[in-house]
Design a protein around this ligand. Structure first.
Ligand code: IPE
Ligand code: IPE
Ligand code: MG
Length: 253
């Protein structure tokens, strides 16, 4: 499966590191409200947690980190919060880009990017181009992303190819659908992590998480640390993945 192991880090040495970790970064608003602060303050603290976790994933040898920053449904929030979030995403990426590049991280973004503010679209293109050859962690930022939107966009792309006579409808397989998603080059997430305690998917990577191990943690995103990430990876290591089959222990002779 291509998972790597960390060596020389004491108790961590035996842990299998998920190749692809996907995170629903949730709980910023509650973190702020609990402190009598405006919600935007929670998003600013959430950015610090994102920085910590990206760094930790690079150190631990994670292959891909997908982070959910803004959903297609999040436009429904008050205009000030939407504007604040778009500004923060752009500012954070601008500030982090040198560091990402220096740490060999390859940046990509997934979502309906053409609906984002023009300045953010330009920055995303710049970040993707600048880091395209980097061999380290792939950081996949999900922004204006919806799982259903992604599947609908894939259906549109396939329909156009059928209309152009390039493919026969009978040849549309799961693999072909997957090839028309936003980031077909990525492996599917091994672990789906949701801080903030909510037991739902909120339209995140609906196709790709078919067999991901789900880990929900009560800690709010602004409080999330490398230790929480390691705790989640430990939980992942206790899971027995079967992909619909049987384990060798259970298998009848
Ligand atoms: C997650 O935090 C960040 C985004 C959705 C952009 P929330 O803002 O959803 O925080 P809670 O869930 O209200 O606490
Ligand atoms: C999911 O969180 C979206 C992001 C983290 C970007 P939400 O806070 O928007 O999800 P719900 O509303 O609790 O389902
Ligand atoms: Mg939320």
């Amino acid at each position: 499966m291509g998972e790597s192991n960390i060596s020389g880090e004491g108790q961590l040495a035996d842990l299998q590191i998920p190749q692809h970790i996907a995170i629903i970064m949730d709980g910023n608003g509650r973190w702020a409200t609990q402190r009598g602060l405006p919600r935007m303050q929670g998003h600013l603290e959430g950015h610090k947690a994102t920085h910590r976790v990206v760094e930790a994933c690079a150190e631990l040898g994670v292959g891909v980190l997908s982070i959910y920053a803004f959903s297609v449904e999040n436009w429904q929030r008050p205009a000030a919060e939407v504007t604040g979030l778009m500004g923060l995403i752009e500012q954070a990426l601008r500030e982090e880009l040198d560091d990402l590049h220096r740490n060999n991280i390859r940046f990509i973004a997934s979502g309906r990017l053409s609906e984002l503010p023009a300045s953010l679209q330009r920055l995303i293109v710049e970040a993707q181009e600048r880091t395209a050859e980097n061999p380290g962690l792939v950081l996949n930022l999900l922004v204006n992303y919806g799982g259903r939107a992604e599947i609908a966009d894939a259906a549109q792309a396939l329909a156009r190819r059928v209309k152009a006579g390039e493919i026969d409808p009978d040849h549309i397989t799961e693999e072909l659908v997957a090839q028309h998603l936003y980031a077909p080059q990525l492996p599917e997430p091994d672990m789906l992590l949701r801080p903030g305690g909510e037991m739902r998917m909120s339209n995140f990577l609906l196709w790709e998480i078919a067999y991901s191990e789900i880990v929900v943690m009560p800690v709010l995103w602004p409080d999330f640390t490398k230790e929480h990430l390691i705790e989640a990876i430990r939980e992942y290591n206790r899971r027995q993945r079967r992909f619909g089959g049987v384990t060798t222990d259970d298998a009848l002779p």
